[in-house]
Design a protein around this ligand. Structure first.
Ligand SMILES: Cc1cc2nc3c(=O)[nH]c(=O)nc-3n(C[C@H](O)[C@H](O)[C@H](O)COP(=O)(O)OP(=O)(O)OC[C@H]3O[C@@H](n4cnc5c(N)ncnc54)[C@H](O)[C@@H]3O)c2cc1C
Length: 493
């Protein structure tokens, strides 16, 4: 049998996104360096993902460091500064003055400003209604805000609700770290921050991680846990055992049936997981032979007003980030994202070209290349990021991040303040590992106290006849669910 089939470690981390890598780094810094990171895809980064497109490096997943310029420094901004990551300030404030109608006319700024104010008022009203309905306060439920009707109202409503630039409730990220956002425009990609983190505890050579503690293409399909340890099975039939596991997979994956957990998670946990919504957010990149759109600092973002909400609404040119790249990006969300994921990319290019010709006239050139990321149909993601309903409370977050026995949870969705963001994922990885280290210390204390009693356990006599190198014994135990973790060594601390 392949040696790889029965690997063991103190801690297994499922997923090598930023939360998983940050969690592993904290463990390594605290002496737990026999960690095993199992990643389903062939790369680290998860939802931080670069791609070469049209001669530059574009970010298919997270693109911005959001929350910069406040009193407190965003930790991801700090990592970017330490690495001299090239970024570019995004000024969204002019976007509302660059709204095109279907005949290519720019909506006069007065009308745009009025529609914007109306949409903000209506969003605030809707928010207080949602709060009132959660608090069962009927007196506040009388006036329902009017639904957006015109293409301009629909476009602004889309930007307010589906796009992160102008949400109405106070967002912890902006309150704590500042309101500025910077687009990563670095050939090394946003993922460079993960490689910098990884190089402090994994062996990296010439940009490649060459360390057997990181295993790529390992799709975790089953997780067995007991009072004494965990046993993880991957799609290729390998078995990994450890004292603890940290699950850093997305909320979409937790809601899917990709990983079967035995015994199943308790009801309070599954309820917390299922209560969370997932946003699908798709950036479609289009490469052109030359640019035909207005450039300049106030023109970076522009909006298309169509009578179908969210139909190729939000556009950005990449000239500020990558001058001369001749690339446009259009953002679609949720149902529109799922719709274009299901059709051939050529169809999406045709639709986008029709929209662009409505805005800029019939003579513009055809796009020469397109990328349509598929976050929804990616079984290792199942969406782009978590979106908690407004009425979700503190207890819910406690439940979503609370460990179940030896199974710990991390990832952007476990961050009460910063869910949905890279810094939320990063900080959650650190927090989860700190909680696990506490647990390991307590466990070690308990074990020391019980050593005498433990030595008398009759089951211990079996250890001599059962070793991890015995595949048959292993598979039998797996099948009959015996407490094989009884025999696992102590965690290293
Ligand atoms: C299109 C898009 C745009 C975004 N824009 C921004 C932005 O501008 N700014 C911002 O701050 N945030 C943004 N985000 C959100 C940000 O990318 C995420 O919050 C963050 O990267 C999540 O990190 P994570 O470690 O929690 O999860 P992930 O990065 O998803 O890591 C989880 C890992 O688990 C792996 N995995 C899944 N299932 C298994 C399995 N069964 N076995 C083994 N491994 C498994 C996955 O392959 C993945 O690598 C965006 C996200 C998307 C998708």
């Amino acid at each position: 049998m392949d040696d790889d089939r029965t690997t063991r470690a103190s801690v297994i981390i499922v997923g090598a996104g930023i939360s998983g890598i940050a969690a592993a780094k904290v463990l390594a810094e605290n002496g737990v360096d026999d960690v095993l990171i199992l990643e389903a895809s062939d790369r680290i980064g998860g939802r931080i993902r670069k791609e070469q497109f049209g001669g530059v490096t574009v970010e298919l997943g997270a693109g911005w460091i959001a929350g910069v310029g406040g009193k407190q420094s965003n930790p991801v901004w700090e990592l970017a500064r330490e690495s001299n990551l090239k970024t570019c300030f995004s000024d969204y404030s002019y976007a509302r003055y660059n709204i095109y109608d279907r005949s290519g006319k720019i909506i006069p700024s007065g009308i745009a400003a009025d529609s914007y104010k109306k949409a903000v008022d209506s969003a605030i009203q809707k928010l207080s209604q949602e709060q009132a309905s959660t608090a069962h306060d009927v007196s506040l439920l009388a006036d329902l805000p009017s639904a957006p009707k015109t293409p301009v109202e629909l476009a602004i409503d889309f930007i307010l609700h589906d796009f992160e630039m102008a949400e109405v409730e106070p967002i912890s990220t902006y309150v704590e770290f500042g309101e500025r956002e910077f687009l990563v425009a670095d050939e090394r990609g946003y993922e460079h921050l993960l490689y910098k983190m990884a190089e402090s505890f994994l062996h990296i050579s010439e940009g490649y991680i060459l360390d057997s503690r990181l295993k790529l293409n390992k799709v975790v399909r089953e997780l067995q846990h007991s009072r004494n340890g965990v046993l993880v099975t991957t799609e290729d039939g390998c078995l990994y055992e450890a004292n603890y596991v940290i699950l850093s997979v997305s909320i979409g994956v937790l809601q899917s049936n990709l990983i079967s957990i035995r015994p199943p998670l308790p009801r309070w946990k599954t309820e917390a997981i299922n209560k969370c919504d997932i946003i699908t957010y798709t950036k479609v990149f289009l490469k052109f032979p030359y640019k035909f759109w207005p450039c300049g600092p106030e023109k970076e973002f522009f909006i298309y007003a169509h009578d179908r909400r969210g139909y190729y609404t939000f556009w950005q040119h990449m000239e500020n980030a990558f001058p001369g790249s001749n690339i446009l990006v259009v953002t679609l969300t949720n149902e529109e994202s799922k719709r274009i994921e299901a059709q051939p990319d050529g169809e999406t290019m045709k639709e986008a070209m029709e929209v662009l010709r409505n805005m800029f006239g019939p003579d513009i050139p055809d796009a020469i290349n397109i990328i349509v990321p598929r976050w929804w149909n990616n079984r290792f993601q199942r969406g782009s990021y978590s979106n908690y309903p407004i009425h979700v409370n503190h207890q819910h977050f406690n439940d979503i991040k609370a460990p179940v026995g030896r199974v710990f949870f991390t990832g952007e969705h476990t961050s009460e303040k910063f869910n949905g963001y890279v810094h939320g994922a990063y900080l959650s990885g650190i927090d989860t590992s700190k909680a696990l280290l506490d647990e390991m210390r307590k466990d070690k204390g308990r074990k020391t106290e019980n050593t005498q009693a433990f030595l008398l356990e009759p089951l211990l006599a079996l250890t001599g006849s059962l070793t991890l190198a015995q595949p048959d014994a292993l598979s039998n135990l797996h099948k009959f669910d015996l407490p094989r973790q009884m025999f696992l060594p102590e965690p290293i601390l």
